[in-house]
Design a protein around this ligand. Structure first.
Ligand code: AMP
Ligand code: MG
Length: 400
């Protein structure tokens, strides 16, 4: 059996980041910058007010309350040539440029309009009060973001603020997904003896989309070598990666194994984990192929632990794994030594002591997806006698 870390390394090394592309900022959300970004403009672009109020000469309000002559008004998006002289003020709205002559703003809350052209200001302010300097946030020429930064919404907003209308990013991976098996029915027709509903593709398509990939659904392929070879070759020619489920274990009709063994450079792994021991990985015409086991829980687990990190690497991400943390298992997690790391699906919650608690979901069989579907994390239970009651266990979070 191959240790999980070795399997992950083998796969990751074969999945380098996709070549960078230039794309409009509004299409780059969730993608990863492939080049550093230097600010071409300063933000804010001009000196402006942080509050609604009255632009004043601070010296004029030192003895507040005082009365000043209102000589103008400036809204956000407007500007004024009127200079604020001694004894004068200009009414100003948040974000509007500071008029010449003024060096501070008194908040509207501290004012009382006595007449259209006369205001009483109740509070003294220091020079610079409520004034935002040009370039206060970003200076032109600042190194804003380095390559490897994910374009999260706030990052995208910063890029928009300096007029970076296009960005250089690693593209989304286009990933073909297929399921294999003569027993699978996916068209709603009544089940004949021995048939089951196809379900892995629905799950994997969703997981791929969640991981930021563009998904090409190739449907369910019969256990037919010629048909499978044709589908796989088309996928390899058009996609960045292929994810298949089923047919990679030891059964007589494991045609994925037969076909890929013939046309691709494959490594057939027995990973030292439970569930999801069988796993196939290889290259078909330069395209990575992930052969996931057919048991639904195994499919999910090997996607999470091996496939998702590799696809994230292809899309330029630096953090490949899901967030992990250490939690307490109040009741412990029993197991026997068997040479494998057990990946126990659990639910998490904060305890009264502020520590994370885990509770395994009831049904842990690799075919029992209903229980696993609601788990929010995977507890990593090392080989041995398990976690004693009250013991710590490492947990991989599956949801944000
Ligand atoms: P296999 O990996 O092909 O040997 O399949 C292992 C188990 O998973 C069998 O019980 C299959 O019927 C089941 N299985 C395989 N593919 C799927 C699928 N796409 N959806 C649901 N169950 C599947
Ligand atoms: Mg099968």
């Amino acid at each position: 059996m191959t240790p999980l870390e070795d399997a992950q390394t083998l796969v990751l090394e074969a999945c380098p980041p996709l070549a960078p592309v230039e794309m409009p900022l509004d299409q780059a959300r969730g993608l990863v910058l492939a080049a550093d970004v230097v600010a071409g403009e300063q933000v804010p672009p001009f000196v402006n007010t942080a509050v609604d109020g009255y632009a004043v000469r601070a010296a004029d309000v030192a003895d507040a309350p005082v009365e000043l002559a209102v000589v103008g008004e400036v809204a956000a998006g407007a500007s004024t040539d009127r200079v604020v002289g001694p004894g004068e003020t200009i009414r100003i709205m948040t974000g509007a440029p500071m008029p010449a002559g003024a060096d501070a703003v008194v908040m509207v809350e501290d004012s009382e309009l006595l007449a259209p052209d006369r205001v009483r200001l109740a509070r003294a302010v220091q020079p610079g009060a409520s004034v935002r300097a040009a370039g206060d946030d970003i200076q032109a020429g600042d190194l804003l973001f380095t390559a490897g930064t994910e374009v999260r919404p706030a990052v995208a907003a910063v890029l928009a603020s300096v007029n970076a209308r296009t960005v250089t990013v690693h593209p989304r991976a286009t990933v073909a997904v297929l399921s294999t098996g003569d027993e699978l029915v996916d068209d709603g027709s009544p089940l004949e003896p021995g048939q089951i509903r196809e379900s892995n593709r629905t799950m994997l398509a969703g997981l791929l989309a969640e991981a930021g990939c563009d998904v090409i659904d190739l449907g369910t392929v019969r256990d037919d070598e010629a048909e499978l070879e044709r589908v796989l070759r088309v996928a390899a020619g058009t996609c960045d990666a292929i994810v298949s489920s089923g047919g990679v274990s030891m059964g007589d009709y494991d045609v994925v194994k037969a076909v890929l063994g013939r046309i691709a450079a494959m490594t057939w792994l027995q990973i030292a984990i439970k569930p999801a021991k069988p796993f196939a990985f290889g290259m078909l015409a330069g395209t990575p192929v992930f052969g996931l086991p057919g048991n639904p829980v195994s499919s999910l687990v090997s996607f999470e632990l091996i496939t998702r990190p590799a696809l994230r690497r292809m899309m330029g991400h630096r953090r490949l794994a899901r967030p992990s943390l250490v939690a307490v298992s109040d009741d412990g997690i029993q197991r026997r030594p068997d040479g494998k790391v057990h990946l126990v699906r659990v639910n998490t919650a904060f305890g009264d002591d502020g520590r994370f608690r885990v509770t395994p979901v009831g049904a842990q069989g690799s075919h029992q997806l209903a229980a696993t579907a609601l788990a929010d994390a995977i507890a990593i239970v090392p080989d041995g006698d398990g976690i004693p009651p009250g013991g710590d266990v490492a947990v991989l979070m599956l949801v944000g």
